[in-house]
Design a protein around this ligand. Structure first.
Ligand SMILES: Cc1ncc(COP(=O)(O)O)c(C=O)c1O
Length: 293
């Protein structure tokens, strides 16, 4: 039985209960984070904490806890679930709390709802070896995609569309431009240059995305935060997704047409290996993350 944290208590998952007046339930009025755990250690927690802090500030939600306090809760939920070996993820959700349903904010002093859980995770390495297919989908999300809110309905519809079409991910197109995936950032290689949509209100500033951009710069791989246009999709030499539960995932087909050679690309796999080394180093092991799975 997994142990979760809810509003001040660690308890078995089945015993964690929320009010029906929860604003997360009524409005999706909250933010979340998913953080990777390797051998009991949080990967890139500082970046997650910065994104969380910004989201809470922009949405004017007071979590009632410091960022350090939330970090400590992450470590405790990992320990409570004895996740000291292998890999896992920690899910955090902070909502504006429970109060009678009104669109405007609840009365001052209404405590936020804070929930954490920890789940074992096996990286999708077999899928990575083959590469995945994706489908394009209209990006009809709002224009604050930089905030990691629990309002995920467009992402749910897009990912289901991908699933219905036997694809791993749906890639959003806004005004004939590739923005990101339903739960990943998207990169393409054109003329040997790695491109991804610039951090702005139209995409989530993915933790993995930012690490990949940093790694590419360190490795001397040309990288540019420049959008990929729809008409350039057919010219992509390589394509990949990035995300906390995908790492670097090669894309070998878009809307049924092969990308490049139809196999995972060389630059993509170099970036994946570099990320795997970063994950392994963060866990205090010399071995690549692929072997500690
Ligand atoms: C829309 C969207 N883009 C990108 C990502 C990848 O972000 P990260 O690398 O921080 O997991 C996610 C993760 O859930 C997401 O929901």
């Amino acid at each position: 039985m997994s142990i979760v944290y809810l509003n001040g208590q660690f308890l078995p998952r089945a015993e964690a209960k929320l009010s029906v007046d929860e604003r997360g339930f009524f409005f999706g009025d909250g933010v979340y984070e998913v953080t990777r755990v390797v051998r009991g250690r949080l990967f890139e927690w500082d970046r997650h904490a910065r994104r969380l802090a910004r989201g809470l500030r922009e949405l004017r939600i007071d979590a009632g806890l410091s960022l350090d306090g939330i970090g400590a809760l992450h470590e405790r939920v990992v320990a409570e679930n004895r996740m000291t070996e292998g890999q896992g993820t920690v899910y955090l959700q902070v909502t504006r709390g429970a109060a009678p349903r009104t669109h405007h904010f609840p009365p001052a002093g209404t405590p936020a709802t804070v929930f954490l859980s920890a789940t074992p995770f096996v990286p999708p390495n077999e899928l990575r070896a083959r590469g995945v297919a994706v489908v394009t989908y209209p990006d009809y999300r709002w224009t604050r995609c930089d905030l990691k809110t629990v309002n995920l309905l467009p992402a749910v519809m897009a990912k289901q569309f991908a699933t219905d079409h036997g694809a791993f991910e749906a890639v959003f197109l806004r005004d004939a431009v590739v923005t990101e995936g339903s739960h990943t950032n998207v990169f393409g290689v054109i003329g040997g240059e790695v491109r991804t949509y610039p951090n702005s209100n139209y995409v989530l500033p993915g933790v993995t995305r930012d690490v990949v951009v940093e790694l590419a710069r360190e490795m001397g791989i040309p990288v540019s935060e420049t959008p990929i246009y729809r008409h350039e999709i057919a010219q992509l030499e390589e394509c990949f997704l990035s995300g906390t539960t995908s790492d670097v995932m090669p894309v070998v087909a878009i809307d049924g047409a092969p990308v490049g050679t139809g196999k995972p690309g060389a630059i993509t796999m170099r970036l994946y290996e570099a990320l795997a080394r970063r994950l392994a180093a963060a866990s205090g092991t010399a071995a690549p993350a692929t072997v500690v799975a």
